[in-house]
Design a protein around this ligand. Sequence first.
Ligand code: DGL
Length: 272
Amino acid sequence: MSDQHSPIGILDSGIGGFSVVRQVQRLLPREELLYFGDGAHIPYGNHTQQAIVEMARYMFRFMEDRGVKALLVACNTISCVLDRCGGEVSCPVFSAVQAGAEAAARLEADKVGVISTVFTHNSRVYPRSIQALSPRKLVVLSCGCPDLARLVEHSLGDPEGMAQVEENLRLELDHMVLEDRVDCCVLGCTHYPLVSDRIRRLYPGLPLIDPAEEMAQALRARLNGEGLGNPRQSPGPLAVYTTGDVAEYALRAQQVGLERVSHVEYYPPMEL
Ligand code: DGL
């Protein structure tokens, strides 16, 4: 049974969810955070729906066993199949896609662009959700990027890798931004906000929507509303678990600017 002192769970296929941890640490510094990155199976965006659901359930069970009081699905790809992952956790669950769609629907934009994994793109969940939530009649253009999440995952801090990230960004985004001229762009994969400085440099003036900010705000509102905020006086720690490379995760956490990392630990992956 969870209570005020219980941790908040945050999960992703890899380090992308660190973009969400960053926002949660900013808005809710006293909370204790538990992160799970399924490094052994990244990229999720190129897996089948059935595999994604099974891998997500595996991580949900990990979180349930540790009694989290809220679970942030900091993976847009999993968020697209959340309705199939039910029953594994007893706490409130927050979806990255819901957060991104709510933020996009609030903007005064006529043409919204969404970049995401191929799975998220093919699911059409973003266009449907934005159009359902927006009071305006807007056009949503979506672009699936097969390689971008993987490139970001392994390239932070490496000049050659980041040059590849930039090349890939141009390949995927030039048409949407320069030809179709979208009014804004939803970063519909949690890996992409980790390179938002590059995207801003390539497309100056293009408003970017990071679902992570919206997720952290929704979490804060829910915890405050239910009196579930952690009453501790000192800042809360962050424990990181990964089925991938522990040393790489420790380095990425540092590069992304995460604070108070208590430990980074290996956890065995689900067998596919
Ligand atoms: N970061 C994830 C997302 O938001 C998925 C990246 C991947 O594993 O393909 O969709």
